[in-house]
Design a protein around this ligand. Structure first.
Ligand code: C2O
Ligand code: CU
Length: 490
């Protein structure tokens, strides 16, 4: 099947040479979902919680008959779940046992730029870097992944990714399911393409304008997984850790599920939804109500009919995947009712904004500029609030992700409704072709004129190709003075 399509003004004619992928009915769900282990930690003499992460290569059974070459932290594939409480000091000793530079970026974390794992601070092969910071933000599902110069897509794709959960008595809701691996489940979803030898392939058949689009889906590294559910409500912490693909989740019988959280923590109240679209890097916490003995499948299918054409075309949105089968036990332990309100999400006030900026995401640039290490694209004053209009000026899907802060969505640029997923704290938002958002954020605490934070498209190939900018937080009246740590090329 050859599909010819004309997509987006000025983009021209694209030739797609594959039919949509349709795995419905083909996934056998014969493997139990693996739950990433909680990373062990020790408390040092200064009371800091210390974790160890080793980035390493290995071999993993990804269901292809023979082991696939993969990368992972403290193992052959993916990484353990780090967990810390608000207020704790954490230290992570990261050792690079790979044959190339890497970094570890704490996606969604509020922390000093020097600890943030940006591409300006590579960890060389054999070296150890020990970022340390005080966790100070609401309870949330964050994640970590590499962010090296021009190699992020490859390193994440090979398996470097893990979750970082923050607990906080003030913004946790005790009546929500919260027993890790029992009724509170990390669900890291990634698509993969394999060659005929069962190895991950980064190019070829499924390569596209936005990078790798795989033909199979792994959850926590497991193909075709099922989860045994033992409670009437199960909480799924969904993370789209793919390099490019957008997932559009639903349940196989079309039943609604309850959205309770987004990137930066819980929402102010639960929302019943039937579909949930997550672009790469985004998270959502949902509750699924189960009846004894039943099975229901978490799927990703094409966008709803009103979904935009270009998204479907470029993100492989015609593709359907069975992601995870939920299998309820014959008897289920009753979960507490879902509260009608969750946490306070104090609204940031646009009238308090000290600065407004426009960020236009085009082919592979932001405002016509590609990433440059020595250049600062935005100078932000510590403890100030800013409103940014982040817009996709292009026919290809992009997204907006910013380091250090969580933002709130004020409005859609076309005036349309803002979906429930964007009603709370966000650090990543999908920018459909020719659309965007006005977002508001407050930059607190960490002035450092010497070290930049990043903002970028989270389609990782786009990021690697330079769709990224740098901002620096300075004291009032201060100016950036970058010191460079990177030495690239060669
Ligand atoms: Cu998840 Cu700058 O990235
Ligand atoms: Cu992009």
């Amino acid at each position: 099947l050859i599909v010819l399509g004309v997509v987006g003004a000025g983009v021209g004619v694209w030739v797609l040479t594959r039919p949509p992928i349709d795995t419905v009915g083909e996934v056998s769900f014969d493997r139990a979902l693996a739950v990433p282990p909680l990373a062990p930690s020790t408390v040092d003499k200064d009371g800091r919680r210390v974790f160890e992460l080793r980035a390493q290569a290995g071999q993993t059974d990804l269901g292809r008959g023979e082991p696939s070459a993969t990368w992972g932290y403290n193992g052959a594939h993916l990484g353990p779940t780090l967990r810390a409480k608000r207020g704790e000091q954490v230290v992570v000793n990261i050792t690079n046992q790979l044959g190339e530079d890497t970094t570890v970026h704490w996606h969604g974390m509020h922390l000093p730029a020097r600890m943030d794992g940006g591409p300006d601070r590579p960890i060389r092969p054999g070296e150890t870097f020990a970022p340390r910071w005080r966790v100070d933000q609401p309870a949330a599902t964050l994640w970590y992944h590499p962010h090296p110069h021009e190699r992020t897509e490859t390193q994440v794709y090979r398996g470097l990714a893990g979750m970082f959960l923050i607990d906080d008595p003030d913004t946790d809701v005790a009546t929500l399911p919260h027993e890790y691996g029992v009724d509170d489940i990390p669900v890291m979803v990634q698509d993969k393409a394999f060659d005929d030898d069962g190895q991950l392939t980064e190019s070829g058949r499924f390569g596209s304008e936005i990078g790798i689009l795989g033909d199979s889906v792994l959850v926590n590294g497991v193909p075709g997984p099922y989860l045994d559910v033992t409670t009437t409500l199960v909480r799924l912490r969904l993370l789209n850790a793919s390099t490019a693909r957008i997932f559009n989740f639903s349940l196989s019988d079309g039943r609604p599920f309850t959205l309770i959280g987004s990137d930066g923590g819980l929402l102010d109240r639960p929302h019943q939804v039937e579909r949930l679209m997550l672009s790469t890097g985004e998270r959502a916490e949902v509750l699924v109500a189960m009846r004894p003995g039943e099975r229901v499948v978490l799927r990703s299918g094409p966008p709803a009919p009103e979904g935009d054409f270009a998204t479907r075309r470029f993100q492989g949105g015609g593709d359907r995947f069975d992601v995870l089968e939920l299998r309820a036990a014959a008897t289920l332990k009753p979960s507490p009712a879902v509260p009608s309100t969750l946490v306070a999400v104090p609204r940031l006030d646009p009238a308090s904004a000290a600065e407004t900026r426009e960020m236009r995401f085009s082919t592979r640039d932001i405002n016509g500029r590609k990433m440059e290490h020595g250049r600062v694209d935005a100078v932000v004053t510590r403890d100030s609030t800013e409103v940014w209009t982040v817009r996709n000026g292009h026919g290809t899907p992009h997204s907006f992700h910013i380091h250090d802060v969580q933002f709130q969505v004020l409005a859609r640029t076309d005036g349309g409704p803002v979906p429930p997923l964007l009603s709370g704290w966000k650090d990543t938002v999908y920018l459909p072709p020719h659309e965007g958002y006005r977002v508001i954020m407050r930059f607190t605490d960490f002035a450092d004129p010497a070290t930049p934070y990043m903002f970028h498209c989270h389609v990782l190939r786009h990021e690697d190709e330079g769709m990224m900018g740098q901002f620096v937080v300075v004291e009032p009246g201060g100016a950036p003075q970058l010191t460079t740590h990177h030495e690239h090329g060669g």
